[in-house]
Design a binder for this molecule. Structure first.
Ligand code: FAD
Length: 406
C-alpha cells in the first residue's frame, strides 16, 4: 500500500488571482511585513488588467452631469497617489513602470460642454482641468475641420504591462502558479479555509490566517467551489475595438456625448513597427455588445469618421474584443463607485475583492488593510512557505499584441 506524504505549510495571507488588484495587494502587504504569497492560474495581469485602457481617472469622467458623486470623491486622490508610487515615494514601488501620457482630454461639441462649464470652472476640480485652444490643442485637433471644445485633464495613462511587470518583479519569490486540477479547498472545524496541493506522491496543506480572492471574474467560480453564494458579482460586458494604423498622432481622451457614458474613449498604444493601436471604448463598446465583429467594426469606422473626418485610417487593420468587467453586484446593475472588499458567510478567513477600476487598486488595498485589522490578522515571524514544487506564471500579453503581433 503506498502512503502519501503530507506536509503542512503556513503563511499569514494567501492572495488568489494575479491581476492588478492581487499584485498591488501583494506589494502593499509584503511592504508591511506580512508573510504573504500569491497564486495565479494563468498569467499575471490576466483577464481585465492588460485589456484595460490604463487611464488613471481623477473622477472627471464621473461628473458628466455636473455633480460630484461618491465615485468622484473616492477617486479624486488617485492620480497623485499613483504618481508618488511611480516616483518611488509611495506605499508601493512602481519606479521604472512607464506612463503613456501625463494627461488626457475631454472633447465635445460646444453645446454639450457648455452645460458643464460652471462645474468645470468650480473649485472642486480647479487646477486639474484646463480648457485648451489654438496651438495648445493636441495634434489630432490641429485640423481646420475640427469644431468643438477641448479640456485637458492632468490624469495619467499607464503602460499597464510595465506596471504589472514591475509589481510582479518586486516580489517574484512570493508568486506561484496554481493548478486547480491538483488543488482543492477544504474547511476545518473552525470554518477556516485551507488549501490542499497534490503533487505526485506528496500532499501539501497550506494554512493561511487569511485568504483574499482577487481573481476578477474568477472570484465567482472560486466562491461556487467553496459553497459560498455571497458576496455576489455582476458582469459588465463590453465590445472593445482595436485599430492598428500608421496615422502619426496618438490620442488619449473621451468624446462626450449627450449621455453620462462617454460617446467614445480612445487610448493609443505604440507598436514595435512604429505604428500604433488605437483602442476604442466608451458608449460604442457598451452598446455594441452582441453585435458581430463585422457590424461593430463598421459602426466604429462610421463613428471615427463622424468625429474626426480628417483622420485617414484607410490602410488600418481592425479587430474587436468582447470582454467583461467584473464588479461587485449592485442594485439595478448600477456602476459601483468604490473598490469593494467583503467577507464570505461560511468561512471565517476569506475576503473577496473587486477593485472595479484599475485606478482604485490603492483604495481597495486600504479597504483590505482595514478588514485585516478588524479581523486581528497580525504579522507573524514565520518564514515564507516552501512552494518550489509550483511553477511561476508569465506576464499576460495585451489583446492587441495577441491579434496584431508586435
Ligand atoms: C476594456 C476595459 C477597459 C478598462 N479601462 C480602464 C481604465 O482605463 N481605467 C481604469 O481604472 N480601469 C479600467 N478598466 C477596469 C480594470 O481593468 C479592472 O477593474 C481591473 O483590471 C481589475 O483587476 P483585477 O485584478 O480585479 O482582475 P483581472 O485583471 O481580471 O485579474 C484577475 C486575475 O485572476 C486570475 N484568476 C482567475 N481565476 C483564478 C483562479 N481560480 N485562481 C487563480 N487565479 C485566478 C486571472 O487569470 C487574472 O490574472 C477597464 C476594464 C476593461 C475590461
Amino acid at each position: 500500500m503506498s502512503s502519501i506524504e503530507q506536509k503542512k505549510i503556513v503563511c499569514d495571507i494567501a492572495i488568489i488571482g494575479g491581476g492588478i488588484a492581487g499584485l498591488w495587494l501583494l506589494n502593499r502587504l509584503a511592504n508591511q511585513g506580512f508573510n504573504v504569497i500569491l497564486f495565479e492560474k494563468n498569467s499575471l495581469g490576466g483577464d481585465q488588467t492588460v485589456a484595460s485602457q490604463g487611464m488613471i481617472h481623477g473622477g472627471m469622467k464621473y461628473t458628466l452631469n455636473g455633480a460630484l458623486t461618491g465615485a468622484s470623491e473616492a477617486i479624486s486622490e488617485m492620480p497623485s497617489y499613483w504618481q508618488k508610487c511611480i516616483d518611488g515615494e509611495g506605499e508601493v514601488d512602481l519606479k521604472g513602470a512607464k506612463k503613456l501620457s501625463n494627461h488626457f482630454y475631454m472633447w465635445s461639441s460646444k453645446s454639450i460642454l457648455s452645460k458643464m462649464t460652471t462645474f468645470l470652472a468650480s473649485k472642486a476640480i480647479r487646477g486639474r482641468i484646463n480648457k485648451v485652444r489654438g496651438d495648445a490643442l493636441p495634434n489630432i485637433f490641429q485640423d481646420r475641420q475640427f469644431r468643438g471644445n477641448v479640456y485637458k485633464l492632468l490624469d495619467m495613462v499607464l503602460d499597464v504591462p510595465s506596471v504589472v511587470e514591475k509589481l510582479a518583479k518586486n516580489y517574484s519569490n512570493r508568486i506561484f502558479m496554481v493548478d486547480w486540477g491538483k488543488t482543492s479547498w477544504q474547511k476545518d472545524a473552525n470554518k477556516k479555509a485551507f488549501l490542499n496541493f497534490n503533487e505526485n506522491e506528496k500532499k501539501y496543506v497550506l494554512h493561511a490566517e487569511q485568504f483574499i480572492l482577487t481573481a476578477g471574474e474568477g472570484n465567482e467560480s472560486i466562491l461556487n467551489a467553496m459553497g459560498e453564494s455571497t458576496p455576489r458579482m455582476q458582469r459588465r460586458p463590453l465590445h472593445m475595438l482595436m485599430v492598428k494604423h500608421g496615422y502619426p498622432h496618438s490620442f488619449y481622451g473621451h468624446c462626450l456625448g449627450a449621455e453620462t457614458t462617454p460617446r467614445l474613449t480612445i487610448s493609443s498604444h505604440p507598436c514595435q513597427d512604429h505604428k500604433q493601436v488605437w483602442y476604442l471604448g466608451g458608449s460604442i463598446a457598451e452598446k455594441g455588445v452582441g453585435l458581430s465583429t463585422e457590424a461593430i467594426i463598421t459602426k466604429a469606422k462610421k463613428e471615427l469618421f463622424a468625429l474626426m473626418p480628417w483622420v485617414d485610417l484607410k490602410d488600418a487593420e481592425w479587430a474587436a474584443l468582447p470582454i467583461e468587467r467584473a464588479e461587485p453586484k449592485q442594485r439595478n446593475f448600477n456602476r459601483p463607485d468604490k473598490a469593494f472588499a467583503g467577507i464570505t458567510k461560511n468561512h471565517s478567513n476569506v475576503i473577496v475583492a473587486w477593485p472595479t477600476k484599475l485606478t482604485l487598486c490603492p483604495n481597495l488595498a486600504d479597504e483590505i488593510v482595514f478588514l485585516l485589522d478588524k479581523g486581528n490578522i497580525r504579522k507573524s515571524k514565520t518564514q515564507l512557505p516552501e512552494l518550489s514544487f509550483l511553477d511561476k506564471p508569465k506576464i499576460s500579453i495585451t489583446p492587441w499584441k495577441r491579434v496584431f503581433g508586435d
